[in-house]
Each structure stands twice: as C-alpha cells, then as structure tokens.
Design a protein around this ligand. Structure first.
Ligand code: ADE
Length: 235
C-alpha cells in the first residue's frame, strides 16, 4: 500500500502545489503516495455552509467550528484509520525523527486551520496531534502540512532515488543528530577556492574522519541545543 495523505482544508486548490513537482511529484505520478483532498466547506453548516464564526468572548478573526472540524475528521477516519495531525504554532516541534516514524506508517490525515484557530472542544473531543514547524505564526496549516509531507515523503521507500540518500544528512541517527558536513562538486576551483584535498584524495578513512570533524564543528558553532544533546548521548 502506498502512503496516503488526506488533507482537510478550506483551500483544496493549494494542493498538491510544490508536492506535485520534483521527487515528490514523480512519486505521486508513480503511485508511491496518494493525496486525497477533503473540502471543509462540504461539512459547513446552514444555508451558507459556514465553517467558522467569531471568537466567543470577543477578539479578532474567526474560529473554525468544532462541529465542522469533527464532522470532516470523522468522515475521513471512518474509511481511513490514520493519525490526525493539526498543524499549529501551539503544537510540539516537528522533527526529523517524527518524519522518519511517520514515513514508516500507512499515511496521515492533516486538518488545516486558517483563521484564529479551531474551537478547543474539537481538540478535546478528537485529540488530534498538534504539531508546530517552529516559533512563528503562519496564515494557516496548509503550507505547514506541505512542509511536513515533503520531509516525510522523501523518506517513504522508493520516493528517493538510489542516487540520493537520507542516511547521513543533518539530524539523522546515522549522523548522530549532527548537522551535515560540507559538500562539493565540480569545478575543482571556484573563484580561487579549491575543493579540500582530503575530499578528492581517495583516502576513505581520512575523509570520513574529516567529515565527522566538520559535522561536529558546525553543530557546536551553530546549534548549541543539538550540540548539548549530542554530548549528553555520548556520555
Ligand atoms: N499554523 C500556523 N503557524 C504554524 C506553525 N508555526 N506550525 C504549524 N502550523 C502552523
């Protein structure tokens, strides 16, 4: 079975968007993953199929109705018992290890907010997993869902070509959670900068040690948080 991405949104035309290009686009065309759109408007209430309303107690913007969100999620989960993800700046952080875990699964359901958020009772009643891309606020969950899907899909078996590899890239366990070492390609000399001799010298042991030292130095200089985790694990 290929990986199933279900997306509940008021803006289904935003998809597949960038996911229809490059590696993920080819994999979609080849059936390595499937995308099913679910329009929130189809679950709207009343004559105008309303999906949102003003915040109870006052405040700016609009809030996605709990009954609408629940009806949409129930409709999708009835046929597809998959984890439900709610992209939200209030969520726990999205990480490479989550991407790896989800890539091994059968698929995911994303429910995308616009507006000021979703009625808290939807979250209490359906318990979606709230996941954040980082400490900033996007206009909605759609692009966040695309970012997560792009990170997940490239790890789904068959999506990444043989030439590419997720093994020693940044954050991967095979790389001990370090940032990735520097890469080079032709030309040998660029604006007076040469590819380091150790990279092209052919001594694989020496190159591995150099790459490791570079990865450690980069991580120590740029990411105190990852470096501290790395040191803790080493103990
Ligand atoms: N929706 C709005 N902001 C977001 C963020 N930072 N991460 C995930 N979803 C979001």
């Amino acid at each position: 079975m290929s990986f199933a991405a279900h997306i509940i949104t008021a803006y289904p035309d935003m998809f597949p968007g960038p996911l229809g290009e490059s590696l993920q686009g080819r994999a979609l065309a080849d059936g390595l993953w499937r995308m099913t759109m679910h329009d929130l408007r189809d679950f709207g209430v009343g004559k105008h199929q309303n999906i949102d309303d003003t915040p109870a107690g006052g405040g700016p913007g609009m809030v996605l109705r709990a009954d609408v969100a629940a009806a949409a999620v129930d409709h999708v989960t009835a046929q597809n018992p998959l984890p439900v993800i709610l992209p939200s700046p209030r969520g726990g952080p999205f990480t490479q290890s989550l991407a790896q875990e989800w890539a091994k699964g059968d698929g995911l359901i994303f429910i995308c907010n616009r507006f000021e958020g979703v009625d808290e009772r939807f979250i209490a009643a359906r318990q979606p997993l709230e996941v954040s891309l980082g400490d900033y606020v996007l206009g909605g969950g759609e692009i966040a869902a695309m970012v997560m899907l792009e990170a997940i899909l490239r790890l789904v078996p068959g999506v990444m070509g043989k030439l590419e590899s997720g093994a020693d890239e940044s954050f991967s366990p095979a790389n001990d959670g370090l940032l990735e070492y520097p890469q080079y390609t032709r030309p040998q000399s660029f604006e007076g900068l040469d590819i380091p001799d150790v990279v092209t010298g052919g001594d694989h042991k020496k190159l591995a040690a150099w790459r490791r030292a570079q990865a450690e130095a980069l991580t120590q200089n740029r990411r105190a948080d990852l470096w501290a985790d790395f040191l803790k694990r080493k103990k």
